[in-house]
Design a binder for this molecule. Sequence first.
Ligand SMILES: *Cc1c(COP(=O)(O)O)cnc(C)c1O
Length: 430
Amino acid sequence: MSTLLQQDRKHVWHPYSTLGSDAPLYPVKSAHGVYIQLHDGRRLIDGMSSWWSAIHGYNHPVLNQAIEAQLQDMAHIMFGGLTHQPAVELAEQLVAITPPSLQAVFFADSGSVAVEVAIKMAIQYWFAKQQPQKNKMLTIRHGYHGDTFAAMSVSDPENGMHSLFQGSLITQYFADAPECNFDSHTVEHDIKSLAAQLKKHANHIAAVILEPIVQGAGGMRFYAPDYLRQVRLLCNQYDVLLIIDEIATGFGRTGKLFACEYAKIEPDIMCLGKALTGGYMTLAATLTTQNIADTLHQGEPHVFMHGPTFMANPLACATALASLKLLLQSDWKNHVQRIESQLKTGLITCKNHAHVKDVRVLGAIGVIELHRPINIHSLQDKFVQAGVWVRPFNTLIYLMPPFIITEQQLHDLMQAVVHVVASMDENDSL
Ligand SMILES: *Cc1c(COP(=O)(O)O)cnc(C)c1O
């Protein structure tokens, strides 16, 4: 196995890494259910769902079968001038389960691209309405929307990549992120910053873009539904579109099918990705209203200017359809609720530890926030030694297990995490 690692280190980049890094790296042989099987024989309980996506666990017979069946017909076909059953059926399904005003679906190949598409839609909408000066985005700090350029421009300016890419990034408007919790009843103070930005700059703002209820990679922060409700009202008041990025939160993770349901609001544009195919392959979608679709059609240049080579890949669409069916036919709400209450009682024991600043849980998301940034070199290996796959970043150790995790497996996962946190020493922090 060491040769695989040697070859990897010579030629392959990993996410946010350096080539040839000596950071821990583990060859995976296979994955089944909630288990990740390493080449060296160790078996880990998965606490990450491969970054929010593998909600049904790995190697699921129903999803495997959907891919195999689709493969008999075609793996891929261009989407320009051609169409196919999996794409049409998936679009219908997505329209059926998302807020009713969303009627049009644009398939993209990754979450970041779905965000690019959403931003282009918003800008092209105002262009079509002869207000081309409305071409900026307004967002809140601590957001994360992806790694491509427009997506980076609306991600958190401090923990994002703004200083590095200064001059190449579009400058956007930022409001302070809400400080409230999920349970807060008043957001009067929190909303002031966004309201002020809108009041000042609405003439130049095409859309507000934000993650609903849960800010993911930008800090794993949860905020109150009423904040999102106020954002919707302000967007209406100032004639600005609302883009909701449900790429991480979508498909049940927060306890609602889509997190915007907590606020009972409808966005003008919604981005989906991550769990869309149950973690099998890369697919994302940007949904919008009939009105926006019609406006794009009426204005110059009469078409929406985007069209990826692998748009609506049939294998990915067929898998997404099977994953959706699996989710909707399952008792997912109860699974997520059970995971939530188990996370709440299980992780709370960390709260008194000296390294720990906060513990918070929403749906199937459990977060342990530390006072100091972790040292991934030493901490990653401790988790693997303890038999779990957890990938902390910055000050955050967080769990978002597959929905199919059993009570016992979740118990074991949390016990390992609590044990590692309790045994953290100087080497584990930066
Ligand atoms: C992961 C993520 C993205 C980017 O998706 P990729 O598939 O990694 O490009 C965008 N927005 C949110 C909220 C995400 O969590």
